[in-house]
Design a protein around this ligand. Structure first.
Ligand SMILES: Nc1nc2c(ncn2[C@@H]2O[C@H](COP(=O)(O)OP(=O)(O)OP(=O)(O)O)[C@@H](O)[C@H]2O)c(=O)[nH]1
Length: 482
């Protein structure tokens, strides 16, 4: 367990996390207690959702009974220091803890990807888990309220449930999807860079819609937020959307409370209950859009990769190499730049397959690809032409530089042992043909350069393999230094 400096004390990471958890619950409770105009049920009660979210993010913490005990003490102390009766505080906070425990039991069965909103059904599970947690605290809470204050069971149950559902649906996604690590470990510069690069228009639309909620107040005003939030969902990712939804929905709620459209007095309580459930459910719309948007983007990325790459080696596919290579050669011809083409073919590959098996042959192909890619620059192209034949297109590379790269790859390949057979290690060599063009002429096509590199490869094979042959002879000095 690593020890860290925290508040000038040297504490273990687990203790630090427990202290943070306790402090968060305490502050959230005080906030909730301050919003209790109706006597015993708070307007906002973020403590349960925050506690549940933090425990789900840090499972090791949730598995320690001390964490639960500390959280419970935070609930109790917050109530007692603000003047609550001990019996009331004890029973109400037991109800709170029961809700968190029920939510924990529901969500702990979900996979990490489900909880991080990386699955199609994540939002539905958020709704179900939040409803379970809300009901598990609302029921004992309403019973205790009836016992201590003579509050009617059904309206109190509805009120408590609505408040909890509202908090869970808005707060949990922010915590569950937040970047890895606690506040002090977040990569703030990276986050700020991402925020700066994000489009501004959806955010501006959201601010306008919050202003509209204020200007055109009414029971349906929260709906004004939906189009802008859906737009945000298409540009800001799941976490950004969850955060903006939380901020926008709570701002709109505060504005409508201030305007008297919703209220938590006894006469307005039914409307407030329906309002909170409605806002909570509305918040699921942008979240669902952002999850679907992200899943679609991921599927498209995978599809594009599969289209552009060879399945076995992950080298570029022949089609993509030809497309990109053609564009590159045309650009070099326009700019009068240089390009070097290498054709590479593993030697006696059939024998490797025959003697060591096809699986070993596949391994050699994958290793050769990795080795070649390690020796190339980001702008170089490396593709599998077919079987054990590969092509490399190196822009802005002279014949000497390309020859040096080819020799490096050839030497590294011949020195790498691949498994053993009868105690004899398997070594594989590669032959290559090089065609360099500098400057690239307008009539130099990729097809022609490739076929000339192929002719050079044929010579390399004919001359005994395990060598690089150049299409046109290089100056003697260059060959010596390569
Ligand atoms: N393991 C494996 N073998 C493949 C794959 N594609 C093609 N081959 C094999 O590669 C071998 C190519 O053999 P040849 O074209 O005769 O060439 P070679 O044995 O390398 O001989 P030289 O090129 O003349 O040195 C054949 O046995 C193919 O079955 C593949 O994806 N995996």
């Amino acid at each position: 367990m690593s020890s860290q400096r925290f508040l000038s004390l040297s504490v273990s990471a687990a203790t630090r996390d427990q202290l943070v958890l306790t402090a968060v619950v305490f502050v959230a409770c005080v906030l909730g207690i301050l919003s209790r105009p109706a006597g015993y049920i708070a307007v906002i009660w973020p403590a349960n959702a925050l506690l549940l979210g933090l425990l789900l993010r840090n499972r090791a913490l949730a598995l320690q009974p001390l964490s639960w005990l500390l959280a419970f003490s935070a609930y109790l102390v917050a109530d007692l220091v603000t003047g609550s009766d001990f019996g009331v505080a004890l029973s109400m906070n037991l109800a709170n803890l029961l809700g968190v425990a029920a939510g924990w039991l529901y969500f702990r069965r979900q996979s990490a990807s489900m909880l991080e909103f990386k699955r199609q059904h994540s939002v539905l599970h958020l709704l179900a888990g939040s409803a379970v947690a809300a009901l598990a605290s609302a029921l004992p809470g309403a019973l205790a309220s009836g016992h201590f204050f003579g509050a009617p069971l059904w309206p109190t149950l509805q009120r408590w449930f609505a408040g909890e559902l509202f908090d869970m649906l808005l707060i949990l996604p922010v915590l569950l999807r937040a970047p890895q690590g606690w506040m002090w470990q977040w990569r703030w510069t990276l986050l700020l860079k991402g925020a700066r690069a994000a489009p501004r228009a959806p955010l501006a639309a959201l601010l306008v819609s919050i202003a509209l909620v204020h200007l055109l107040q009414g029971p349906g005003a929260v709906g004004y937020l939906v189009p802008a939030l859906v737009w945000c969902a298409m540009g800001y990712g799941v976490w950004g959307t969850a955060l903006l939804t939380l901020l926008a929905c709570t701002s709109a709620t505060a504005l409508l409370l201030a305007g008297g459209v919703v209220g938590f007095s006894q006469t307005l309580i039914h409307g407030a209950t329906s309002f909170q459930v409605g806002v909570g459910l509305i918040s699921l719309a942008p979240l669902t859009v952002s999850v679907a948007h992200e899943l679609r983007a991921r599927a498209l990325r995978k599809l594009r990769f599969a289209l552009n790459h060879d399945e076995l080696t992950n080298a570029l596919s022949r089609r993509t190499l030809m497309e990109r290579g053609r564009r590159l050669v045309q650009r070099m011809a326009r700019e009068g730049g240089a390009v070097a083409i290498l054709m590479a073919d593993l030697d006696h590959f059939k024998r490797i397959n025959d003697s060591y098996g096809h699986a070993q042959g596949d391994l050699v192909l994958r290793h050769f690809t990795a080795l070649a890619l390690r020796n190339l620059r980001a702008q170089d192209l490396f593709g599998r032409i077919g079987g054990e034949e590969f092509a490399l297109v190196l822009p802005e590379a002279s014949a000497e530089q390309a020859l040096a790269v080819a020799e490096r790859i050839r030497n590294q390949m011949r020195e790498h042992p691949f498994g053993q057979r009868d105690g004899i290690p398997l070594y594989v060599t590669v032959s290559m043909g090089l065609r360099a063009a500098w400057p690239v002429r307008p009539d130099d096509t990729l097809e022609r350069l490739l076929s000339e590199a192929d002719a050079a490869l044929y010579h390399a094979k004919k001359s005994g393999r395990d060598q690089v042959h150049c299409h046109s002879p290089l100056p003697a000095a260059a060959v010596g230094t390569a």
